[in-house]
Design a binder for this molecule. Structure first.
Ligand code: IPR
Length: 210
């Protein structure tokens, strides 16, 4: 028996050329392709081993394991603040797992519904007790931390700001996360620098108004 397969829209028309007459049947295309792929899968991937053998197969078990590898963590958003005073910028040495012992800007995770400015004001207040104003967007970078126990991907939004009252002094309000804050000149920054700010420096970026 010969057959002509004729896909039209979502329907596959099969004309079976029977010896006596032309026999026409319509099937949904999805059913046809599912059936074809089912049989092709049986023939190619299992090499015709029985279902019972497949269940005990270490290869199949490994393939199933690979199919269920945990999805990578989602990127997170952080705001980093270039707090400028005269010709200097505020930095502190990190004491947390990502960037431990490296010098970094005050920064923190963007919270749900927060805009970048609100996040900058909140994070600076939480970490240093300082009040800031004149917050301006500078740049956004994507930062991968692959050498961590858990790899992380941070989109960091850099802003600059100034003190609302220039006589304020920074307090170390999260001593478990930072070993203290100080002001540094841009062309004499403390070392080693934390990745995101290091990348900015190496790209020749300057947060001070030109
Ligand atoms: P928190 O929100 O804990 O203050 O964050 P952070 O200071 O560890 O900064 C997170 C962003 C970094 C990893 C780019």
């Amino acid at each position: 028996m010969a057959a002509i397969v004729w896909p039209i829209n979502n329907t596959t028309i099969i004309h079976k050329l029977l010896p006596s007459k032309l026999h026409t049947i319509s099937y949904p295309s999805s059913l046809i392709s599912y059936t074809l792929s089912f049989f092709s899968h049986l023939l190619t991937s299992s090499n015709m081993v029985s279902a019972a053998e497949q269940i005990n197969s270490p290869t199949l078990a490994k393939a199933n394991e690979d199919d269920h590898v945990a999805a990578p963590p989602s990127p997170q958003v952080a705001v980093a603040i270039c707090l400028l005073r005269d010709k200097r910028i505020l930095m502190g040495r990190r004491l947390v797992s990502i960037g431990n012992s490296k010098y970094s800007l005050p920064s923190g995770h963007l919270e749900f519904g927060e805009n970048f400015e609100e996040c900058a004001i909140r994070e600076i207040k939480e970490e240093t007790g300082l009040d800031i104003g004149k917050i301006e967007f500078l740049k956004v970078t994507n930062n991968l931390f692959m050498d961590q126990p858990k790899p992380a991907d941070y989109v960091v939004v850099f802003v600059r700001a100034v003190l609302t009252d220039p006589t304020q002094t920074p307090l170390n309000l999260e001593p478990e996360k930072c070993d203290g804050w100080d002001w540094y000149e841009w062309d004499n920054l403390p070392q080693p620098l934390f990745g995101p700010i290091k990348k900015m420096v190496m790209d020749g970026f300057n947060p001070f108004p030109q």
